[in-house]
Design a protein around this ligand. Structure first.
Ligand SMILES: [Zn+2]
Length: 370
């Protein structure tokens, strides 16, 4: 079985193809268009959201000798080709997570003084810059204060709060978004199509949710599943592969609660345990499900539903059957159970009693009101 490494193969090569960060790519393109380049940028955001990718595209674009009318790199000139083949001398990357000493930064500073032989700019990317030692930081600060004309620094960090104010004040700061589930699903769809992999949207949604905002993780999970299941992937295969609880369980449970049917809810829970799932994760997943139903109740909060289109309509449908009151009470019970779970002696009975309470919510309320 041929193994595709999508994370590398589908790394974007233009600003346009970067997923979910339009607010950043548009600003960078405008800076290039108006020739207003800063000497230092700080890219902040979680892992796998495209910080280094954007830094590389930026470095390539400002050195391209044949920009497109949209101010994108041409990907054809000698400079672009050297970037795409990882042999450009105009880009230098330092991973501060493993090279954080003052000597490492001095080596970099020595390089900074030398103007580039070809192209206009030398771009220095320092990844995980918050990991630099204090002495390394101080050594670097001098260069950052008076950089040579040809030098541009792009500092990247997952932990912005750890960056010293003296550095922050000298950088133009860009905050990268987490990748939304829908954006990740759309991109995965494109990758699947290009690789001739047939997969349903529900399966892709689970992958995107599992990746939790990181496109790179979404692609490597996708690769893992293709390697395991071949070129035809179903939702069932995805959840089995990732050991994810089928969201259908939660839909069925809420149906049981609405029907005052605690017996069904106990049988469903038994089935979940028999399939080897952890009871605590189940309870916490149930809280999330109720929360997702609640945000569906209002057009203004529906954008907080992060599930992708295919499953979104199921949520919408079930939310119509629930009153806000019911969802509020149910969330109360479920989140409370989540908190108390660790203290419970008999975990199974504890969760079962929570389910019975949830199934009786509506009838108990009716009793109170009559
Ligand atoms: Zn070019």
């Amino acid at each position: 079985m041929e193994f595709i490494v999508s994370a590398r193969k589908y790394r974007p090569v233009t600003f346009r193809s970067v997923v979910g960060q339009a607010h950043i790519t548009v600003t960078l393109k405008n800076a290039i268009k108006n020739q207003q380049l800063a000497h230092a940028y700080l890219f902040c955001g979680g892992r796998g959201v495209g910080k280094t990718t954007c830094a590389r595209i930026f470095a390539k674009t400002i050195n391209c000798i044949n920009l497109t009318p949209e101010y994108e790199a041409c990907n054809e000139c000698e400079s672009c080709r050297s970037f795409n083949e990882n042999r450009s001398y105009n880009i230098h990357e330092l991973d501060a997570a493993s090279n954080n000493s003052v000597d490492d930064i001095r080596l970099l500073i020595d390089k900074v003084r030398v103007p580039p032989q070809i192209g206009k700019y030398s771009v220095y990317i320092i990844d995980e810059v918050h990991m630099l030692s204090t002495s390394a930081f101080n050594a670097f600060l001098k260069t950052l204060e008076e950089p040579p004309k040809h030098a541009i620094f792009i500092l990247a960090t997952t932990e912005k709060h750890k960056i010293l104010p003296t550095i922050l004040s000298r950088c133009q700061i860009f905050d990268f978004n987490r990748i939304s589930v829908q954006d990740a699903v759309d991109h995965l769809k494109y990758v699947a199509q290009s690789e001739g992999v047939a997969v349903d949207e529900e399966g892709l949604t689970v992958i995107a949710q599992k990746a939790d905002g990181a496109m790179r993780d979404a692609l490597s999970i996708f690769d893992q599943i293709v390697a395991f299941s071949g070129k035809e992937i179903t939702y069932k295969q995805v959840i089995e592969n990732l050991n994810v609880l089928d969201y259908d369980y939660y839909f069925k449970l809420v149906d049981a609660f609405l029907a005052d049917n605690y017996v069904d809810s106990l049988v469903i829970f038994d089935d979940i345990l028999k399939n080897g799932f952890d009871a605590y994760h189940f309870v916490s997943g149930l809280s999330s499900h109720l929360r997702d139903l609640l945000v569906c109740k209002n057009p203004q909060s529906i954008q907080l539903l992060e599930v992708g289109n295919a499953i979104g309509s199921k949520y919408h449908q079930q939310s119509q059957a629930c009153s806000v009151d019911f969802l509020y009470d149910a969330l109360n019970v479920a989140t409370d159970a989540e908190l108390q779970y660790r203290n419970a002696k008999n975990k199974r009975l504890f969760v079962e009693f929570m389910l019975i309470k949830l199934a009786r919510l509506i009838s108990e309320k009716k009793k109170l009101l009559s």
